[in-house]
Design a protein around this ligand. Structure first.
Ligand code: NAP
Length: 321
């Protein structure tokens, strides 16, 4: 089968399309024929071996895909060959024609959802859900700022929070991004490239501030978030690409919490609950992943450049094998 292989850590050019043996299913495993694979920023960090977290070389990148079950191993009861599924984590990598998965890593993909949309589910939506509800304890009636709402995680957060009954304020850096964020369910949208844009949050909340912030770029925004957080508010750090100086007094004065989160710390029980909710959201139509661009698998290097552009995001980039 064709797969993208990384044999040395480095820039996007280390992503090579190669012919490799097809993986074979073992007990409790599922082989999925991928129709699309999701490209996430974390795939680029692993490729560059940032923080020494790169997988053992050589490897096939990617944790997210969607396709059709090709074969199942002994003990598999959840799916059968021919079923449509989306994949959340793999044994063999997602940027490939076939992915070997543990049974718990595959989830039903309802017929109303495209394979590209299925490939946009796992990291973006599971992260958004875990940040909003497990870490941030967001609830109906509360106000949320999705600070960076136009990308994969941000659009997931807007859709999930709107369906939960939260009042949603989103931000984006381009006019097209702001239009998209409104279309996806945000009640209000702001331009995170404009001076003083968060003054509007104070006005929109009658001076109260927001109960929850899900933050995509904490090294730029954390101090600003502390300025618009409500009493007993929660700021959940999802994305961060550097350092920042903050005044902790702002947190003290509001009894506010700054919470880190990494999806890979979610427990198996939390992940099972998250995916159960995500599948129902897909089925009911409240969750509709937005695809920015579909690229052929051979253009994996281009997809890694695109996902790391500083601004101009409109949903997910997916690779098509
Ligand atoms: P993405 O699709 O590339 O989107 C990036 C988002 O950041 C866009 O909405 C972009 O908006 C926004 N942005 C750019 N400048 C910003 C600013 N000054 N303030 C606020 N937002 C800004 O990425 P993603 O998949 O949504 O992931 C977002 C971040 O979360 C990444 O850093 C990623 O590594 C991280 N992440 C962490 C976890 C975890 O477990 N902790 C999981 C998934 C992702 P415009 O393009 O409109 O400017």
């Amino acid at each position: 089968m064709k797969a993208i292989r990384v044999s040395e850590y480095g820039g996007p050019s280390v992503l090579k399309l190669e012919e490799v043996p097809a993986p074979q299913v073992g007990p409790n495993q599922v082989l999925v024929r991928n129709h699309a694979a999701g490209v996430n920023p974390v795939d680029t960090y692993l490729r560059a071996n940032i923080d020494n977290r790169g997988p053992k070389l050589p490897y096939t990148p990617g944790s997210d895909s969607a396709g059709v079950v090709e074969a199942v191993g002994g003990g598999v009861t959840a799916v059968k060959p021919g079923d449509r599924v989306y994949v959340g984590g793999t044994v063999s990598g997602a940027y490939a024609e076939l992915s070997l998965c543990e049974q718990i890593q595959v989830h039903p993909l309802p017929s109303n959802v495209s394979f590209a949309q299925g490939a946009a589910m796992n990291v973006p939506y599971a992260t958004a859900y875990h940040a909003l509800f497990n870490r941030g304890r967001g609830d109906a009636g509360e106000t949320l700022l999705v600070h960076g709402a136009s990308g994969g995680v941000g659009i997931g957060a807007v859709q999930l929070a709107r369906a939960r009954g939260m009042t949603v304020i989103g931000t984006a850096g381009t006019a097209r991004g702001r239009q998209l964020v409104l279309e996806q369910g945000a009640h209000h949208v702001l331009d995170h490239s404009a001076a003083g844009y968060l003054d509007e949050v104070t006005r929109l909340t009658g001076g109260r501030g927001v109960d929850v912030v899900v933050e995509m770029l904490a090294n730029v925004n954390l101090q600003k978030d502390l300025g618009i957080i409500a009493m007993r508010g929660r700021i959940v750090v999802i994305g961060n690409r550097g350092t920042i100086e903050i005044n902790p007094r702002a947190a003290m004065n509001k009894d506010a919490a700054v919470l880190g989160m990494a999806l890979y710390h979610a427990t198996p029980e939390q992940l099972a609950g998250i995916h159960a909710a995500l599948v129902e959201g897909l089925r009911s139509g409240t969750l509709q992943p937005v695809i920015a661009e579909e690229l052929p698998l051979a253009q994996a290097a281009r997809s890694h450049e695109a996902v790391m552009e500083p601004t101009g995001h409109y949903g997910k980039i997916v690779l098509v094998p």
